[in-house]
Design a binder for this molecule. Structure first.
Ligand code: NAD
Length: 296
């Protein structure tokens, strides 16, 4: 079990959407919350709303694309709220463009904010959790990292989100002895302002910030015609998974069939091929000259 009440939590990207929902739900469950966001005014607004509702919250400016900014955010959070045992690495950005229509800046930004942002934020807060032998890191990945058909023309985004999932699964093993747990939250459609806000939170070094909505091509929405949850409705479900140390949160039950069809086919086909290959060519041990595995 991961305790939430009485603990200190950081939510990156807490100034709007899913992060705002998580920050408010954490406070409602008795955690002290640091709302970290690249848009300080949004972080301030969420923190003020939490305080007005009787909770404890501070707002901290942070660009998760920059290690120095994360370090300064951590310093301010520790000063205001003490050690952190709950990290929600949620900040992210998206694009809806075919890969070869994206600029180098577009690709770098999407990878940096979504993948490196989670890695760097995790590495900043992990030492304190390891020392305390207590902690939980919940990273917001995406169904786009698992089900490409759900949202096409998201190549760098899908790469980053799949990377987060691998990171969290592997980290869970490395952190077993420290009692630090991980969760990959894979939203499958939450009604947020991402499309409208995206341009405004693009850092200068990747060509931003800009104004107006992010361009959404027709081909990017073919598979997304289903219900979108509200952040405030989905956050308690995420916290319940964190409390129970679940490795994943999938929030749309209607995606179960799509998921099963995608993976059961791949798993069976790949291992059928591997079995057939070994039947024809022998196993590495039986055929040392053709061995595919080298052991020292
Ligand atoms: N909404 C969905 O359906 C959906 C689906 C899958 C995954 N996600 C993921 O959920 C997370 C939250 O997105 P959302 O839908 O709530 O959108 P959102 O635009 O409402 O929230 C994103 C937040 O991240 C902040 N942010 C962006 N870049 C940042 C940076 N460099 N440093 C710090 N903060 C930064 C923004 O200011 C914003 O507050 C993202 O990681 C996104 O990829 C969302």
């Amino acid at each position: 079990m991961t305790d939430i009440a009485g603990k200190t939590a950081v939510v990156t990207g807490g100034g709007s959407g899913i992060g705002m929902g998580l920050a408010k739900a954490l406070a409602a469950e008795g955690a002290s919350v640091a709302v970290a966001d690249i848009i300080p005014a949004n972080a301030e607004k969420v923190a003020a709303e939490i305080r007005a509702a009787g909770g404890t919250a501070v707002a901290v400016a942070c660009d998760v694309c920059e290690r120095a900014s994360i370090a300064e955010m951590k310093r301010q959070v520790n000063e205001a709220l003490g050690p952190v045992t709950l990290l929600f690495a949620n900040a992210g950005a998206t694009s809806f463009d075919p890969l070869m229509e994206m600029s180098d800046d577009d690709v770098d930004w999407i990878l940096q904010v979504n993948l490196h942002g989670v890695m760097n934020t995790t590495r900043a807060f992990l030492p304190d959790m390891m020392k305390a032998k207590e902690g939980h890191i919940c990273a917001t990945a995406s169904m786009a990292g698992l089900l490409p058909g759900w949202i096409p023309v998201h190549v760098p985004y899908s790469a980053a989100k799949a990377g987060i999932i691998g990171m969290m699964m592997n980290l869970a093993l490395e952190m077993e002895e420290y009692n630090v747990h991980t969760t990959s939250y894979c939203p499958g459609g939450v009604a947020t302002g991402m499309k409208v806000n995206n341009a405004s939170y693009r850092p200068a070094r990747f060509g931003g910030p800009g104004e107006g909505e992010v361009h959404v091509g027709e081909e990017s929405t073919v598979a997304t015609s289903h219900d979108f949850y509200r952040p405030e409705d989905i956050a308690p479900m995420v916290l319940n998974a964190v409390r129970n140390n679940r490795p994943f949160v999938f929030d749309h039950p209607d995606q179960r069939v799509h998921f099963r069809n995608t993976y059961s086919g791949v798993v069976e086909a790949c291992y059928d091929d591997a079995d057939a290959w070994e039947r024809e060519h022998g196993t590495p041990e039986a055929n040392p000259d053709g061995a595919r595995l080298v052991t020292s």
